[in-house]
Design a protein around this ligand. Structure first.
Ligand code: APR
Length: 312
């Protein structure tokens, strides 16, 4: 008998709701929207609104809200947004104190109830939270990944497209390293459908775009008073869809490194192939000395937060 896939969303807030909507629109599977007991009714209300939306736009996914982890059992994919988002003036690292106990709670429940799921973490500070989730669950590195690179690359793509006056569809970029202000937008691999970006955009403009990309999340927090949610949700869905449909897309994502790029026991943004087995491959690309230096700086920042997490 054919069955639908089950997708568990841990956190029914801004990103969680948008994730549920995208999953249903794409009919990737049925959705369970999980939140803490104080927000259970909220999660149920959101789920019901989204099911009613299906009657208008025409999808059959079931969407349910719960605060009972038993309802998450058997999930094929889990996407974790549990935690608090940034407020203006805060860095992602400022969230450790609040989000670390939340991630530990989530991880213990993932281990108990959903040990076979492919887990995508979005909660910030991303690289440290995904590290902790892998450590507590003991899941293999193929099945735990952090969403950052797709989003950061999307921001980079948008700014480049607007500057060059071309469609966002034709920009190819990748952003490596940690999901922080020293992430590494890789200009040497950046093309507009094969044309090196440097031939269409002047150097000073490119530097300004790299800088804006690095601070892209903060720019939105400054405007909205909370974190972005549309682009982050779409980014995680691209990763989930690649897993569920075995698309084997090559996407930048935070993966657990075991020597790749010269780093060990650390999650950081690198190009990965996501297919039916999860993170099937970490692709090591050649970097210039300057890019290697930037990656080292970013890795150092990630390690500093992971060290705080390890001591806590
Ligand atoms: N288990 C499940 N959900 C939890 C838990 C927990 N232990 N603790 C908190 N939550 C829920 C909150 O109740 C809230 O509904 O997580 C939800 C987060 O939703 P929002 O506050 O709307 O935040 P959102 O914008 O979705 O961002 C979530 O993703 O990008 C990151 O920095 C962002 O860390 C933040 C996360």
């Amino acid at each position: 008998m054919a069955t639908r896939k089950k997708i568990g969303l841990v956190g029914a807030g801004n990103i969680g709701g948008e994730l549920a909507r995208l999953i249903a629109n794409k009919e990737l599977g049925d959705v369970v929207l999980f939140d803490i007991p104080a927000k259970e009714k909220f999660a149920q209300g959101k789920a019901l609104d989204l099911e009613q939306n299906g009657a208008v736009v025409g999808y059959d996914s079931t969407i349910t809200g719960t605060s009972n982890w038993e309802h998450m059992a058997g999930a094929d994919v889990l996407i974790v947004t549990a935690g608090i988002p940034r407020k203006p003036g805060q860095s992602r690292d400022d969230l450790v104190a609040t989000n670390l106990p939340i991630i530990r709670d989530v991880a213990a429940n993932v281990k108990k109830h959903c040990p076979d799921a492919f887990v995508i973490v979005i909660s910030n500070p991303l690289d440290a939270m995904v590290y902790e989730l892998k450590r507590v669950t003991g899941l293999p590195r193929e099945r735990v990944v952090g969403m950052a690179g797709v989003l950061d690359s999307a921001r980079f793509q948008l700014f480049l497209a607007r500057e060059a006056g071309v469609s966002v569809k034709d920009i190819r970029t990748t952003v490596l390293g940690g999901h922080g202000d020293d992430m590494v937008p890789v200009l040497s691999y950046c093309t507009i459908n094969g044309t090196p970006v440097g031939q269409l955009i002047a150097k000073d403009k490119l530097s300004a775009i790299v800088d804006r990309t690095r601070k892209g999340g903060g720019e939105i927090v400054g405007l909205m008073g909370t974190s972005a949610f549309y682009a982050p949700a779409s980014s995680a869905i691209a990763m989930a869809e690649s897993y569920l449909k075995d698309q084997k897309r090559l996407l930048p994502a935070a993966a657990y490194l075991e020597g790749e790029y010269g780093y060990k026991d650390l999650f950081m943004g690198v190009p990965v192939v996501i297919g039916g087995k999860g993170v099937e491959r970490i692709v090591v690309i050649e970097l210039s000395e300057e890019e290697k230096g930037m990656l080292a700086k970013s890795a150092k920042s990630v390690q500093a937060v992971v060290d705080v997490v390890k001591k806590a």
